[in-house]
Design a protein around this ligand. Structure first.
Ligand code: GLC
Length: 580
C-alpha cells in the first residue's frame, strides 16, 4: 500500500465513531459463565471470559440486565436501577468487569429498561400503598370500567388484560408485559428525572451506552378507548407460529400492530429520546444509544435521536434467501435518514438461535457461516449473540416443568385455557417457541455441565446435550476448521478491511436466486462480496470498472487473483475480494 493510500484509509476510518466500526456481542449474563458454581451465570464468570472475548475479536459487549430483580422476566423486571443483582455479584465486581473490558479495548453497553419496573421496586411498593402516596402517579392507575371490570379491553403482549386489579386501593394498574412489570408513568416529570438520574449513574460508572428495552411501549394513548381489532392475542401467537410465507407473516404482524395501536408508538416518544440524546451528547463523550425497535423514526433526523435502531426485518424470516436479503436492504437503506447508521443482527435472547432458525437440516453449518458473513459484510454495525460463535442450537425442553420463560408459561396456560388446545399439543408448540430455546448455558467444554457450572450442579436451564458432540469452546479452539475458528478469522478480516466497515453498498445481480453479490466501497478500497446460499456452484460475470479481484477471504482454497468475467463460486461459498 502506498503512503497516500494508507493516509486515505486512516482518514475514512477516523471519520467514523467507535460504534460504527465495532462488532457487538450480546452477553445474557444468566447463561454466559458461572464463576461461583451455583448454576447461574455471574459477573465473576464474565470477568474470567474476557480474554476469550478479546481473542474472539469482538469490540463491544451488550450486557442484558444486571440489575437487582425478582427475575420473573430474567432482569427485565428491575427492582433497583442503580445496583447489581446479588445473584450476579456486586457493583464493585461490575466495575472490575468494566475496567477489565476497557483494558482489553472492549466497550460495554448495558440494558436500560424504561417502560416498566418490577412490582417489587420500592417505587411501586409505595405507589400501590395508597391513592395519595407521593409516588401514586409514578405508575399508571385507573378506576374500574363502568361494569366494575378492567378500564378497557387492551391486552398485554404477554397475554391477558393489561390491567391488574389492586385490592389495596380498588384501582387497576397498567402493565404492557407481565403483571409483575407495572408500566412507569413517563408523563410524570419526577419519573423522568429519576430515570435520567439512573442513566447518569451508569454513565458516571463508565459504561459506553445503553441498549434501550421495549421503547415503543413507553406511552399509552390517553384516550384509553377500547381497541377494535377482530382477533385475540393468543390467537395471533398461534397464527404467527403457523405462518409459513412472508405474506402470512406480514399479515399477522399487521394485525398485531392494529391490536396494539393505542399502546405503542405514541408521538411523545420522539421528543423523549431526543432529550435523552441531548443529555448523553452534552454531558458525556462518545456514548451510544441503541433502541430495541425496528422503527426507523427513532433515528430522528439521523443525528438527534437514537444512534442505532435494529434492522429486525432482516432476521424475521425462516430462511435467509438472497431475495429476502436484497429486498430487506433495498427497503431499509432507502428509508434511513441521511447520516443514520444501520444495525444488523440475526439473534438475541428473545429469538430462536440463528443456527437452528436459518438451517435447512442438511447444511446448517454452512448456512450458519453464511449468516455470520452476511451480518459482517452488510453495511452497518453487527450485533452477535453469545453462543452463536460455536454454532449453539435451540434447546428443546422435555417437560413443562423445565420451562423457565414466564412468557412461555403464560402462553402455555392461555393455549390450554383460552384457545382450548389439549395440554400435550400446547406444550409441543410452546417447547419450540419458548425463549428458553436460546437461553441455555454457554457451552465451554465437552465435559459435565458443558464447563458452565461444576459437575453435579443443577444449572438454571438444562445444558444442551450437543455440548459433548463438538458444540463447545474447548474443542473448537483446537480445531482450525471449527465454527469458532471461522468466527475469529472473519472478525479479524473485517477489522482489516475498511470497505466492509465504512463503505457504501451496491447490490449486484438483483435476480439471482442462489446468491447475493454486492460491492462495498470507500474512496480507497472496493470489495466484492459474494455469498452463495445454495448447494450449486456458479460461474459469475461482473462488469465492473475495476477488473482485478484479489480475495481477502473465502471458505475455499483460492490462489492468486480472480477473473471477474468468469468468477467461479463454490456451493455455500463466502467470497470477499478487494477490487483494483
Ligand atoms: C424486551 C426484552 C424482552 C423482555 C421485554 C419486556 O423485548 O428483550 O426479553 O421480556 O422487553 O421487558
Amino acid at each position: 500500500m502506498t503512503i497516500l493510500a494508507m493516509e486515505e484509509r486512516l482518514l475514512t476510518m477516523s471519520k467514523l465513531k467507535w460504534w460504527q466500526e465495532a462488532v457487538f456481542y450480546q452477553i445474557y449474563p444468566r447463561s454466559f459463565a458461572d464463576g461461583n458454581g451455583d448454576g447461574i451465570g455471574d459477573i465473576r464468570g464474565m470477568i474470567e471470559k474476557l480474554d476469550y472475548l478479546q481473542d474472539l475479536g469482538i469490540d463491544a459487549v451488550w450486557l442484558s440486565p444486571h440489575y437487582p430483580s425478582p427475575q420473573v422476566d430474567y432482569g427485565y423486571d428491575v427492582a433497583d436501577y442503580t445496583d447489581v443483582e446479588p445473584e450476579y455479584g456486586t457493583l464493585a465486581e461490575f466495575k472490575t468487569f468494566l475496567a477489565e473490558a476497557h483494558r482489553r479495548g472492549i466497550r460495554v453497553i448495558v440494558d436500560f429498561v424504561p417502560n416498566h419496573s418490577s412490582d417489587q421496586h420500592p417505587w411501586f411498593i409505595e405507589s400501590r400503598s395508597s391513592r395519595d402516596n407521593p409516588k401514586r402517579d409514578w405508575y399508571v392507575w385507573c378506576d374500574p370500567g363502568p361494569d366494575g371490570g378492567p378500564p378497557n379491553n387492551w391486552e398485554s403482549v404477554f397475554t391477558g388484560s393489561v390491567w391488574e386489579y389492586d385490592e389495596i386501593t380498588d384501582q387497576y394498574y397498567y402493565h404492557m408485559f407481565l403483571k409483575e412489570q407495572p408500566d412507569l408513568n413517563w408523563r410524570n416529570p419526577e419519573v423522568k428525572a429519576a430515570m435520567w438520574a439512573a442513566v447518569r449513574f451508569w454513565l458516571d460508572v463508565g459504561v459506553d451506552g445503553f441498549r434501550l428495552d421495549a421503547i415503543r411501549t413507553i406511552f399509552e394513548d390517553p384516550d384509553m378507548s377500547d381497541e377494535t381489532s377482530d382477533v385475540g392475542l393468543v390467537e395471533l401467537y398461534l397464527m404467527a407460529d403457523e405462518a409459513e410465507t412472508p405474506e402470512e407473516r406480514r399479515a399477522v404482524a399487521e394485525k398485531r400492530e392494529e391490536k396494539f395501536r393505542h399502546q405503542v408508538n405514541q408521538p411523545e416518544l420522539h421528543p423523549l429520546f431526543q432529550e435523552l440524546r441531548r443529555l448523553v451528547d452534552s454531558e458525556y463523550d462518545g456514548r451510544v444509544l441503541v433502541g430495541e425497535t425496528e422503527t426507523i423514526e427513532f433515528y430522528g433526523d439521523g443525528q438527534n435521536e437514537l444512534h442505532l435502531v435494529f434492522n429486525f426485518p432482516l432476521m424475521k424470516t425462516d430462511r435467509l434467501t438472497p431475495r429476502h436479503i436484497r429486498k430487506n436492504q433495498e427497503e431499509r437503506l432507502s428509508k434511513l435518514p441521511d447520516r443514520a447508521w444501520p444495525c444488523n443482527t440475526l439473534g438475541n435472547h428473545d429469538s430462536p438461535r440463528a443456527c437452528s432458525r436459518y438451517g435447512d437440516g442438511k447444511h446448517d453449518e454452512e448456512l450458519a457461516r453464511l449468516s455470520l458473513a452476511l451480518v459482517l459484510t452488510l453495511r452497518g454495525t453487527p450485533f452477535l449473540y453469545n453462543g452463536e460463535e460455536i454454532g449453539m442450537t435451540d434447546l428443546i425442553v422435555d417437560d413443562v416443568d423445565q420451562l423457565r420463560d414466564t412468557l412461555a408459561l403464560r402462553l402455555y396456560e392461555a393455549a390450554v385455557e383460552v384457545a382450548g388446545l389439549p395440554a400435550d399439543e400446547a406444550f409441543e408448540r410452546i417447547r419450540h417457541t419458548t425463549r428458553d430455546t436460546c437461553r441455555s448455558p454457554m457451552q465451554w467444554a465437552p465435559g459435565p455441565n458443558a464447563g458452565f457450572s461444576p459437575a453435579g450442579v443443577a444449572t438454571w436451564l438444562p445444558v444442551h446435550e450437543n455440548h459433548s458432540e463438538g458444540i463447545n469452546v474447548a474443542d473448537q479452539q483446537a480445531d482450525p476448521n471449527s465454527m469458532l475458528s471461522f468466527y475469529k478469522r472473519m472478525l479479524a478480516m473485517r477489522t482489516g478491511t475498511p470497505a466492509l466497515i465504512a463503505g457504501d453498498q451496491t447490490m449486484l445481480h438483483g435476480d439471482a436466486e442462489d446468491y447475493v453479490a454486492f460491492v462495498r466501497s470507500t474512496r480507497e478500497q472496493t470489495c466484492l462480496v459474494v455469498l452463495n446460499f445454495s448447494a450449486d456452484a456458479h460461474v459469475l460475470t461482473f462488469e465492473l470498472d475495476r477488473k482485478i479481484a484479489s480475495p481477502v477471504f473465502s471458505t475455499r482454497e483460492r490462489a492468486g487473483r480472480d477473473d471477474l468475467s468468469a468468477l467461479q463460486i463454490a456451493p455455500f461459498e463466502v467470497y470477499i475480494a478487494e477490487l483494483t
